[in-house]
Design a protein around this ligand. Structure first.
Ligand code: SF4
Ligand code: SF4
Length: 83
């Protein structure tokens, strides 16, 4: 399982700073940062620790099995970012 970031994300990087395995990208020090509308969780690296969830001020992050019905497409969108 992995956590999923949705389009409520404002790219403030708070989740990325809290993530113990650095699986949330792109970071602002990466050239790709300016070209993305949100940040993404790498599902192959996420350890499902939940540390990102409470620090998000935008309610943009969900555990895989709690992604709202109207946000289901972001499961694939997060995965495809790292493909
Ligand atoms: S903490 Fe929330 S709003 Fe901030 S970058 Fe992460 S998902 Fe986006
Ligand atoms: S659940 Fe943990 S490992 Fe997964 S993205 Fe959030 S902070 Fe990182």
């Amino acid at each position: 399982m992995a956590f999923v970031i949705t389009d409520n994300c404002t790219k403030d990087e708070l989740c990325a700073q809290a993530c113990p395995v650095d699986c949330i990208h792109p970071r602002s020090d990466n050239d790709a940062f300016a070209g993305t509308s949100q940040m993404y969780v790498n599902p192959a690296e996420c350890i499902d620790c939940g540390a990102c969830l409470p620090v998000c001020p935008s309610n943009a992050i969900f555990p895989l099995d709690e992604v709202p019905a109207d946000k289901q497409q972001f499961i694939a969108i997060n995965e495809q970012y790292f493909a």
